[in-house]
Design a binder for this molecule. Structure first.
Ligand SMILES: Nc1ncnc2c1ncn2[C@@H]1O[C@H](COP(=O)(O)OP(=O)(O)OP(=O)(O)O)[C@@H](O)[C@H]1O
Length: 263
């Protein structure tokens, strides 16, 4: 029997209304994330990628269409959804260990479980030995690792990620991407991942979705038929990767040329 998709977005339209203006940010968006699937979304700046995540996390309401998680319409910030955003804030007054165990403290798990789980993920992101450090003592890349460890500690069934490696330099991006991919391949949860980086999208995802200029629509979808586990960096020398890279560049170039309706 086919399992229900983790996330189903149907005929979604989103409009930002102010006293002076009304902006159609998304229109006719259909997108599915299957259970355990990693979907990356790329698209021109301002095409509505962040808006899409905000609707899924119920931070804004759509003008039309529906968002279903596990077949149920989203009515509040859904349980079991973990968010990692570009400028993910750690609590500056809490140590690395306390930041990472926070989601379990909120869930009232025992102190032993909190510590054991948090230490496991701190080690997995390569920060063993830094448990008692405070955020101000860490580099940008290390803070990002702490944020990822915290997301994994929360253990959501659906990850919503908006440019999670955004502020990092190119080399750190690759290192963190590698760590993240290894961790994700172990847990295998559903992910909706926004990025402007085509190579990152192909290296990570099962499916890459290209959005058009505003108002954002789905322009094309590409299945990434590259076996797992994948080496995050070396994957880019795989012929399938290179073919996809070319096709996605072309789709994006066309999407960039399209002049969308401004209303
Ligand atoms: N709060 C808001 N009020 C009015 N318009 C908004 C608001 N937030 C976003 N927009 C508009 O909606 C459109 C989509 O914005 P969004 O941030 O979703 O794009 P994006 O694809 O994530 O962009 P980028 O890649 O540059 O981060 C843009 O034209 C933007 O100006």
């Amino acid at each position: 029997m086919a399992t229900k998709p983790k996330l189903e977005i149907k005929n979604l339209a989103v409009r930002y209304n102010t006293k002076e203006s009304s902006t159609l940010a998304l229109t006719g968006v259909d997108l599915t994330v299957e259970d355990g699937e990693f979907v990356a979304v790329v698209g021109p700046s301002g095409c509505g990628k962040s808006t899409l995540l905000k609707v899924v996390s119920n931070l804004i309401k759509p003008a039309e269409g529906s968002v279903l998680i596990d077949g149920e319409p989203v009515k509040k910030i859904p349980d079991g959804v973990g968010m990692v955003f570009q400028n993910d804030a750690l609590l500056p007054w809490k140590s690395v260990l306390d930041n990472v165990r926070l989601p379990l403290a909120v869930k009232n798990q025992s102190k032993e479980i909190q510590e054991e789980t948090a230490r496991k993920y701190i080690e997995m992101v390569g920060l063993a030995g830094f448990e008692d450090f405070y955020p101000k003592q860490l580099s940008g890349g290390m803070k990002k690792r702490v944020a990822l460890a915290r997301a994994f500690t929360y253990d959501p069934s659906l990850y919503l990620m908006d440019e999670p490696f955004g502020p990092l330099d190119a080399q750190t991006r690759v290192i963190i991407g590698e760590e993240f991919l290894k961790m994700w391949e172990k847990v295998g949860k559903s992910v909706l991942f926004i990025t402007h980086d085509i190579e990152e999208a192909i290296a990570l995802a099962d499916k890459v979705v290209v959005m058009s200029n505003r108002p954002g629509r789905i322009k094309a979808e590409f299945k990434v038929d590259i076996e797992r586990p994948r080496p995050f960096y070396e994957t880019r020398f795989n012929p399938t990767f290179q073919r996809l890279q070319k096709e996605i560049w072309q789709a994006l170039a066309e999407a960039n040329k399209e002049v969308g309706s401004q209303l």
